[in-house]
Design a protein around this ligand. Structure first.
Ligand code: NI
Length: 175
């Protein structure tokens, strides 16, 4: 079921999300199914539970096929109670959008390499290292669980604007 995406200004997006205590609870399974439906409907690459109004520590992300050299495929993943560890100091800038900030883009600096951990819907542990775009997507979604939207990380304001003005040839996809 597609849920309404909360947009910047909605207080739920500024909250610190709460850990999921029982991953086997049926409400968690239906929430995750709805997050996937909502993400697909919006053409997103990731979504966090607060974006559908639920302040719980759940993120979903994935890109089945590479969109460009900068946007390779990312494994389709549900990550509950995620943790991120930064591997090294290296950061790089890349374009980001967000379903909660529709129609806009900015260049944001993120760590290049991370390790992330969490559990899936069965409670099985997930632990992966990621770099580049994959690492960026996870950092962006993780930020949602901390009440952070990407505009709060803008440092180069000349790169922040409406997609249709900055990339008139591109179709609209937000994440
Ligand atoms: Ni987002």
């Amino acid at each position: 079921m597609i849920r309404q995406v909360r947009i910047m200004g909605d207080p739920v997006l500024r909250e610190e999300a709460l850990p999921v205590r029982d991953v086997h609870h049926p409400a968690v399974r239906s929430l995750v199914a709805d997050m996937w439906d909502t993400m697909a409907d919006e053409g997103g690459i990731g979504i966090a539970a607060p974006q559908v109004g639920v302040p719980l520590r759940i993120i979903c992300f994935g890109l089945n096929e590479a969109q460009s050299a900068d946007r390779p495929a990312v494994p389709r993943t549900v990550l509950i109670n995620p943790e991120i560890e930064y591997l090294g100091e290296d950061k790089e800038d890349g374009w980001e959008g967000c379903l909660s900030v529709p129609g806009m883009r900015a260049r944001i600096s993120r760590y290049v390499r991370i390790r992330y951990r969490g559990v899936d819907l069965e409670g099985n542990p997930i632990e992966r290292t990621a770099e580049g775009f994959h690492a960026r997507v996870v950092q962006h979604e993780y930020d949602h669980l901390c009440g952070i939207l990407y505009p709060m990380r803008v440092t180069d304001w000349s790169s922040f604007g409406f997609t249709k003005a900055m990339f008139p040839e591109q179709s609209e996809t937000d994440e």
